[in-house]
Design a protein around this ligand. Structure first.
Ligand code: CAA
Ligand code: NAD
Length: 286
């Protein structure tokens, strides 16, 4: 089985910086790429904050945190992906944008480089079709916040080879996460269940049934969820939730996945949740 060592992460947003952090914390050298230096600087600050929490808890030493950060180099172009064993993409949830990146990586990386997408919902089979070597494409779906959540959903495209699937499963274990495999289908398993629940909670706000705060508190007190669905939507990013719902709605061609009109309005208004400081809650520090 191929052993994946040198890791590239494309996109340093909510997910990309967490993925880079956990890979580096497990000892792997990481190149983290985004379009601007400002995005990379923000990512470093987030990773420093996350590592500081672990130091405070006593689960990480100062030296381990410094070593983790030292294993992460940053870039604003894709060229440093040329010597990576695996490139994990975590950019916007749009098929055409992700497909464009795969096409560029085909030009830069050798044929054996594995291309993993952290897509939340897009068909890996469609995505793989955009690569000159579709057998190397796979879904590696992390959960937010990445340093905390155990699961990585592994999604095999119709074209994914056994060798790529085995290597990515081994890497998932090596970074301390728990792999579970799903066949390729829009939203896979977790988001097919989770995103409609968030969407339906937004419809409850839209219909004026209760406040966002009360709906969240009902799901915490009545269903033992660690956080309510509206707070979770804010954590994920409401733009990401809308993109997932649109993929489910259009992909299955089924009205049960129709995005809430209020979800669309929130995104149009730029109220995306934690990352913009306002969603169903307010986040002044963002
Ligand atoms: N980095 C490192 N550690 C972190 C962290 C971060 N960014 N965020 C939280 N933690 C740690 C804390 O240090 C704390 O650790 P201990 O329990 O060991 O002390 C623990 O996580 C809990 O944190 P807090 O006490 O601050 O807060 P909390 O108890 O309210 O938990 C939470 C926060 C972990 C986010 C919890 O509310 C939770 O699990 N929420 C649900 C998250 C969820 O469902 N995620 C999946 C989203 S869907 C997705 O990701 C897929 C997609 O495609 C959209
Ligand atoms: P985000 O908006 O927080 O970050 C995306 C980052 O990608 C931004 O920093 C942006 O500048 C960068 N980017 C955009 N186009 C780029 C390009 N062409 N090249 C390099 N960088 C580019 O998004 P996110 O929430 O981290 O989501 C990223 C992916 O992960 C999406 O596919 C999303 O569906 C998936 N995902 C998100 C969550 C979540 O909870 N937010 C959970 C699991 C999976």
């Amino acid at each position: 089985m191929t052993t994946l060592q040198a890791i590239g992460v494309i996109g340093a947003g909510t997910m990309g910086n967490g993925i880079a952090q956990v890979c580096a914390a497990a000892g792997f050298p990481v190149v983290l790429q985004d379009l601007s230096q400002a995005a990379l600087d923000r990512a470093r600050k987030t990773m420093e904050g996350s590592l500081a929490r672990q130091i405070k808890k006593g689960t990480l030493t100062d030296t381990q945190a410094a070593d983790t950060l030292a294993r992460i180099t940053t870039a604003t172009t894709l060229d440093p992906m040329a010597d990576r064993d695996i490139v994990i993409e975590a950019i916007v949830e749009k098929l055409e944008v992700k497909a464009g990146i795969l096409g560029k990586l085909d030009q830069i990386c050798p044929e054996q480089t594995v291309f993993a997408s952290n897509t939340s919902s897009i068909s890996l089979t469609q995505l793989a079709a955009a690569s000159a070597h579709p057998g190397r494409v796979i879904g590696m779906h992390f959960f937010n916040p990445v340093p905390v959540m155990q699961l990585v959903e592994i999604i095999r495209a119709l074209q994914t080879t056994d060798a790529v699937s085995d290597a990515v499963t081994a890497l998932t274990r090596a970074i301390g996460k728990t792999p579970r495999v799903s066949k390729d289908s829009y939203g896979f398993i977790v988001n097919r269940l989770l995103a409609p629940q968030i969407n339906e909670a937004i419809n409850c706000v839209y219909e004026g049934l209760a406040t966002a705060e009360d709906i969240d508190s009902m799901m915490k007190l009545g269903a033992n969820h660690p956080m309510g669905p509206l707070a979770l939507g804010d954590l994920i990013g409401l733009d990401v939730v809308l993109n997932i719902m649109e993929t489910l709605y259009q992909g299955f061609d089924d009205p049960k996945y129709r995005p809430s009109p209020l979800l669309k309005q929130m995104v149009h208004a730029g109220y995306l949740g934690r990352k913009t400081g306002k969603g169903f809650g307010s986040y002044p520090a963002a």
